[in-house]
Design a protein around this ligand. Sequence first.
Ligand code: SF4
Ligand code: SF4
Length: 320
Amino acid sequence: MNSSQVIKAWGKILTGGYPSLSIEITRECPLRCPGCYAYEPEHLNGTPLRQLPDKKGDDLVKGVLELVDEYKPLHISLVGGEPLVRFRELNSLLPILNERRIPVQLVTSAVREIPIEWNDLDLLEIVISIDGLQPEHDARRKPATYERILRNIEGRRVKVHTTVTSQTVERAGYWEEFVRFWSERAEVWKIWFSFFTPQIGGDDVEILSPSMREKMISELLELAGRYPKLYFNNYIAEGYRNPPSSPDECIFSSTTINFSADFKTRVTPCQFGGEPDCSQCGCMASAGLTAVGNYRLGKVVPLKSIYRASKGVGKVLRAS
Ligand code: SF4
Ligand code: SF4
């Protein structure tokens, strides 16, 4: 974000709005990834995502634009399900959002070819979700295998996002091999890491123990010094080490409004839905914003104190 975007975001908060809008544009996905939170029953408080009526064709385009007109976001995330299931609709929608000068992040498994004409959309960021090296990724994400992803992103410009799970943390050199592999791809300009985030009381095999989490943080700090495409630094590390204690304390969740595939159902308190365990939050965006919140203005006042005061003003203005 540049300074004018920060001022605009602050203005949104002061008027009770949300700088960021996230939409699950379809309930469908050809993948069945273990640990996918979108299809867990708690994600939408008991309503399975696949049972939600979703939109297609002009209805989808119109529905997204109605949300955009209502919330006037400064940033949009389009997620799923698998957004590329609706690539025809995206072919109409994305140029309109670009024309309106709204940055859009599209998160996909790259299970199908990314339309080459999207290269012309300067405010579009395509984020490809990849679960570790080829053997583990292909086992979890078939049919969006490495081979298929490499074919489908050829000649595009993409970010790679991976979610670390317990199964790979202890394997020596594993994550360096991952960072090296994707750093060497001309299509990739940035690599992001998140950690698996459980629900409160969850006992998923993917959960990182505190020592695994610290090991990964230290390893990523070291790797970021040698691989410039890897986005990780001391601020993000501190955000991961000191996650928000609850959704109320989470700047990311309170600056983003999330809608599911019917464009009415809200996903709360954040993109995970249900009751996420903030003390084990592995969300990269939350860690980054936590770090920003802990920054002390004039070395005295943490920015999060100013943010909370602004949010309070915003709530009063929204109610009046
Ligand atoms: S591709 Fe995404 S939405 Fe589909 S099953 Fe995998 S994690 Fe879930
Ligand atoms: S993004 Fe993380 S810290 Fe924020 S509400 Fe969700 S789980 Fe909690």
